[in-house]
Write a protein that binds this ligand. Sequence first.
Ligand code: ADP
Length: 413
Amino acid sequence: MAAKKYTFEALGLVENGDDRFLSNVTHFAAKSLGAPVALVSVIQKHKNRQYIAAGAGIALEDEKDRQITLDQSVCQIVHDERAPLIIPDLLADERTMCMWSIIQYGFRAYIGVPIHSNTGAVIGSLCCLKMEPGEWHADSVDSLLRLAQAVDGIIVARARNLEQEETNTRLKKLLASRSSFTAHLSHEIRTPLTGLVGSIRLLNTMNLDGKAGELVQILNRSSTNLLDIVNDTLDFAKLDAGHFVIAEEPCDLGALATEIVDSFRALAEEKGLTLVVDDQLDGQVLMADRRALESIIHNLFSNAVKFTDTGGATVTLSKTPYGLIEIKVADTGIGIDQAHHATIFDEFEQASPRVARKYGGTGLGMAIVKRLVDAMNGEIWIKSEIGKGATFAVSLPLERAETVPHQADRGWC
Ligand code: ADP
C-alpha cells in the first residue's frame, strides 16, 4: 500500500517551535563537518518559502527568522535537483552570489543533501554553512547523507504515529458503533424475551402432566438460558460503551445472595448439588449498586453451578480484617488451569474449547464481573486447580447503610 501523504504541519516540520530531534541532528551535523551552522529546511513552493525546521549555530527565536523567500534559498537548488550540492564559495557562484540572505549572514561555503517525506518525495535539505570559502572534506557528503537518513527516519516515524492514531480513532469509532448496535439489539430482544420467560415460568408452576409438563420444563430451561445470554450481551455492551454509572443505594447483600442462590435450586436439584449461603454479615444493609452486585454474584454463581457436576457451590459473605466486604463463591467443580487465571476476565475468553463445547456460554460473564468490580474500586482473585473446584473472591469497599433497602430490576439504563 502506498504511504499516506501528510502536510508539513502534521509532520511537525513547520510552525512547530524548537524541534528537539531535528535540532539534535543539526548539532551533530555541524560538529562532524566542522561547520558553525547546520539547518534542516523544507521547501514550500505554494508559500514561496524555505522554512527552517531546526538549526544549530543560528538564532531561530522568532518565526520570521525561520523563513526565507525562494529567490534567496540555496536549499531550493538541492530540493529541485534532488541531489547533494557543494558550493565552495557562495559569492563566486552565479546562482547564489546575489542572494542577500548569504550576504546578510556572511555565509561563504555551502554543502547540502536532500531530505525526504515518508512517501519518498524530496521535501527539503540538511545543510551546513561556513563563514569562509573553501572545499569541504572529502567525506562530508557521505556524512551528511547518513545524517539525512536519520532526518528521513524521524519523518517516517512521525507519519507512522499519525497513521496509527488515525487507525486507533477509526477503530474506536467502529467499536463504539458496534457496541451501541449490540446494546440496542439486545435491548430489543430482551423486552419480548422477558415476557416469554415470565409466562413460561408461570406455566411451569402449574405442574402440567405428561408430555406437556416435560415440554414446559424444556421451554423453561432454554428460555432462561437465552435470557441469561441476552442479559450478558446487553450488560457487557453497556459496560463497554461506558453507559453505566455505579449507583449507591441501601442493599441487603445477604437477602440478594439468597435470592440468587434460590433461583438455581431447581437446576441444582436436577444435578444433585448442594447450594449454601453463608451470610456472616448478619443482615447488615450496605450502600452499594444493587444491580451491579446482583450481576457479580449471579455470574459467579451460575458458573459455579454450571461447571460443577458433583458436590456443590457456596456463597460466603463476610468482612475482611481491613473492613472490606468480601463475596466468596466456591464450588467443587472442574476447576480452572493456572495458565488461564490471568485471561479468564478478558471478554470472549473461555478456559478451553473442549470445556466451552461441553458447557456452552458466551465468555462474557467474567469480563462483566471484572469491569463491575473495577468500577466499584474492588478486587477479584481466583484460587483454582484443574479438578479441584474454583473459588472466586471479590472484595469491595462498601459502607453500612442507615436506611432500609429497596428492590430494583436487573440491568442498567
Ligand atoms: P462463559 O459464558 O463461558 O461461562 P465466563 O466469562 O463466565 O464465560 O467464564 C469464562 C470461562 O471461565 C468459562 O468458559 C470457564 O472456562 C471458566 N470458568 C469460569 N468460572 C468457572 C468455574 N467456577 N469453574 C470452572 N471454570 C470456570
